[in-house]
Write a protein that binds this ligand. Sequence first.
Ligand code: 13P
Length: 288
Amino acid sequence: MPLVNAKEMMEKAREGHYAVGAFNINNLEWTKAILQTAEELHAPVMLGVSEGANKYMTGYLVVAEMVKAMIKTLNITVPVALHLDHGTYEGAKKALAAGYSSVMFDGSKYPIDENIEKTKEIVELAKQYNASVEAEVGAIGGEEDGVKGNGELADPNQCKVIADCGIDMLAAGIGNIHGVYPANWKGLNFDVLAAIKAKCGDMPLVLHGGTGIPEDMIKKAISLGVCKINVNTECQLAFAKATRLYIEEGKDHEKKGFDPRKLLAPGAEAIKETVKQKMEMFGCINKA
Ligand code: 13P
């Protein structure tokens, strides 16, 4: 199946009361592991790519072509959206031109009027590519790819204004944080989420910082309109742990160094397991 935008995925998730997992990719191994897991579990999936990861993989075009080719050669039949994560205004334009089927324009750092104006421009441009658009109101806490947010709670009125810009998904800060949650984390603010849902109606909501959010909070968030959940750190942690273990065990380095394919294999398996656990929690298995 060719890349799809996220519109239908979001509608089905909203109607079916589950969330689609958006997993960040950083290299070929991560991409392969996530696609294979989605296929095995018959789950729709979104591949999130930060601007930093795009740069690391040498550019939007390389990422788009790699993902499209991999879908073909691995015979992936489940819906896959290739999504720019926390895109800048210029980054979103570049991703669309390169073949991304979905973009997040993160205008949360701008004053609201500028966020509205730029979001509308990206929405118009995305229409030309039949791509979907995610916008953001109220920064997500923590740091992601050098982008810092203070964990603001989004203003439901501002959410409504941005939701009316023609976007397909809305990320709104509700106390969620990128990375591992601190021990004194207050949890998701469901009053704010409910108020956003009341204002924005059917607009699919996006929960960033999906690492380490307890299952009961995930389920409640889904019941209040969350249709997409982003996960990055949990895959990174699993990948790092498995790779470290492999190196410590010193499998083959005495003879000829590490075979890079063997070195990265345990990490890829760990990502598969993490993606599976998350998909179970999000309820998106067998929803393709
Ligand atoms: P985590 O790194 O906390 O899983 O968050 C990922 C994310 O929200 C990407 O936008």
